[in-house]
Design a protein around this ligand. Structure first.
Ligand code: TXA
Ligand code: MG
Length: 349
């Protein structure tokens, strides 16, 4: 299949291009499109054949449910069995934006879209192209991140093309995304709401709107007693091809340890990547050294993470050592993705 790459400006002023993509969605086809978090791979959420195409294109396990993207709050009522008061309050505070809510689904949503679950994940993205695509298609759009399953999520259209060119008909190129890490997921179907995946909307921000909220215990540890509740969080994920190891400790100790490890591996003929920050990059000796930004700018670190992980692959590294990041604010989401990409391999310097 030939993949058409349609350039659109981030403000969606070129309506005809978006109409062309919307037509593909209406006809049951796939369109990759930008959102404020990462690029999504969209299809009509209420068309089970269209949903199946998403799983096939990504190589995604069929028990891993999709997020349904909507353009107005009334769309939620079209697919939810009931709309909890907490959903209304959270939507007022954070929609459109990087927050996905899990609610009970109604019959309009086929089980192909929800991986067989009776609940559905819903989000209103804060991106003019995404919102116009949903409106122009007249559909609700099921969309996982637009990467091959297990690879880092795409933050520019070229990442989508690298993974999916030839496998999908259309990529809408709307430039680089703003946040760079997938949405926060909050489950509203249990007594106490719980966060199944951390993101730019933090636990504290959610608690300030609805009070009590917990974080899924399966996210914090890797032991088998606590399986993550979002099916997608149990897979090794967001991962570059090279082996990734996070090194934690004081700044000086981390630099020393990583340089020693890199020296050893280089002597064995391995290509070593080092993922660091502006503050430390000059201190490292590896084959491929990449800063993901300054430690004082957590948002930039989130925005650059996936691009830098892909760059290590392009540079054909065998092993990547990474610094560790603060686990507060959006840093918690960064660490969650980094540890998953590393398969939870952490060394103490
Ligand atoms: O920012 C985002 O959320 C991006 C953009 C494109 O919107 N989408 C995204 O989708 O990250 P995906 O498919 O890569 O991640 C969806 C996650 C998976 O971990 C999945 O298991 C979980 O959401 N999920 C979806 N529906 C669920 C449900 N009903 N119950 C529990 N977890 C669910
Ligand atoms: Mg994904």
């Amino acid at each position: 299949m030939e993949t058409k790459i349609l350039k659109t400006d981030g403000q969606a002023t070129d309506v005809n291009i978006i109409k062309e993509a919307a037509q593909v969605i209406r006809e049951g086809g796939l369109v990759a499109f930008p959102t404020e978090t990462v690029y999504g791979l969209g299809a009509d959420a209420c068309n089970l054949e269209a949903s199946r195409k998403i799983y096939a294109a990504k190589g995604r396990p069929s028990d891993n449910p999709l997020i349904v993207h909507i353009a107005c709050f009334a769309d939620l009522e079209r697919i939810a069995l009931e709309v909890p008061g907490q959903a209304r309050a959270l939507a007022d505070a954070f929609w459109p934006g990087p927050l996905t809510m899990i609610v009970k689904k109604n019959a309009a949503v086929p089980s192909e879209t929800t991986g067989g679950l009776e609940t559905v994940a819903v989000r209103m993205p804060d991106h003019p192209v995404a919102l116009m695509l949903i409106r122009e298609s007249g559909c609700l759009i099921a969309a996982p991140s637009a990467n091959i399953s297990g690879r880092p999520s795409p933050t520019i259209a070229a990442h989508v093309a690298a993974d999916l060119e030839g496998r999908i008909p259309v990529i809408l190129d709307g430039g680089e995304v703003g946040i760079g890490i997938e949405s926060t997921i909050v489950d509203l179907t249990e007594e106490t709401p719980s966060i199944l995946r951390p993101g730019a909307v933090t636990e504290a921000m959610i608690a300030s709107v609805i009070g009590a909220v917990q974080t899924d215990p399966g996210l914090l540890s890797e032991d088998s007693a606590n399986r993550p509740k979002a099916p997608g969080m149990k897979y090794r994920h967001y991962a570059p091809e090279a082996e990734l190891i996070v090194v934690d400790g004081s700044k000086e100790a981390v630099i020393q340890r990583i340089n020693a490890l890199a020296y050893e591996l280089k002597a064995q003929g391995k290509r070593v990547g080092i993922l660091c920050t502006d503050e430390t990059s000059a201190a490292y000796r590896g084959n491929v050294i990449r800063s993901i930004g300054s430690r004082v700018d957590e948002e930039a670190i989130a925005r650059h993470l996936y691009r830098v992980l892909r760059e290590f692959d392009e540079a054909k590294t065998d092993v990547i050592y990474s610094e560790s990041f603060a686990a507060s604010g959006i840093g918690q989401a960064v660490m969650n993705r980094l540890l998953k990409a590393a398969g939870h391999r952490v060394l103490w310097a």
